[in-house]
Design a protein around this ligand. Structure first.
Ligand code: FMN
Length: 186
């Protein structure tokens, strides 16, 4: 393949004390070391979406540009009340056609033992409606506050498991991204 695949890694929350941002940053850094991949990290804190919906006045032009360029998405969401944060929904809702027939991998994070599995499952319904094609390989980050250090690295005794799960998710995501990019451009 001549061009890099562009993967937008989306963090899921703007909460001041957020722990899942460490997992999201690590997923982005991990992807940036893969061959033929360019990662764009999207921290919702850096974007502004007035109101609701996807009308022109409800968009952030920088997010529009990123989603237009992206060949694939990798969302890292915390679990809030058995779902994903409203911030993430608001950001996703601001676009529509830029997602169609592109793949998305979803990772979950929580402070308990479940790793955000209910947030991931809830998000599957939403991204499907957006025309995204969901991978079935999902990394989970239970006890995320104990799993990553303040410099966004997995703690030593978790690193092998975490790296394996992120690598598997990227493998499937990249395979789908290449296939769907070829199909979209064909
Ligand atoms: C509003 C809110 C609701 C939450 N609901 C859940 C939940 O339903 N299940 C769960 O496992 N953790 C829940 N948590 C805890 C998060 O999993 C925890 O904060 C974790 O660190 C990931 O979120 P963070 O990135 O905001 O820190 C909730 C946290 C917040 C702030």
């Amino acid at each position: 393949m001549s061009e890099n695949l562009i993967i937008a890694v989306l963090a899921g929350t703007t909460r001041e004390q957020r722990q899942s941002i460490k997992a999201a940053r690590y997923v982005a850094e991990f992807g940036s070391h893969l061959d033929d991949v360019e990662v764009i990290f999207v921290d919702p804190k850096d974007f502004y979406f007035p109101g609701d919906g996807n009308d022109p006045e409800g968009k952030d032009a920088r997010y529009t540009e990123i989603t237009a360029r992206a060949d694939a998405f990798f969302i890292v969401t915390p679990e809030y009340n058995h779902s994903f944060p409203g911030t993430l929904k608001r950001m996703l809702d601001s676009e529509l056609k830029n997602y169609i027939h592109k793949p998305v991998a979803i990772a979950g994070a929580s402070n308990g033992n479940w790793g955000g599995v209910r947030a991931v499952e809830a998000l599957v319904l939403t991204v499907r409606e957006m025309g995204l094609a969901v991978t079935f390989t999902s990394p989970y980050f239970p006890r995320v506050q104990d799993t990553f250090s303040d410099d966004n690295r997995p703690v030593e005794d978790q690193k092998e498991r975490i790296d394996k799960s992120i690598a598997s998710a990227y493998d499937e995501l990249i395979w789908m991204a290449q296939a769907l990019k070829t199909a979209r451009e064909g």
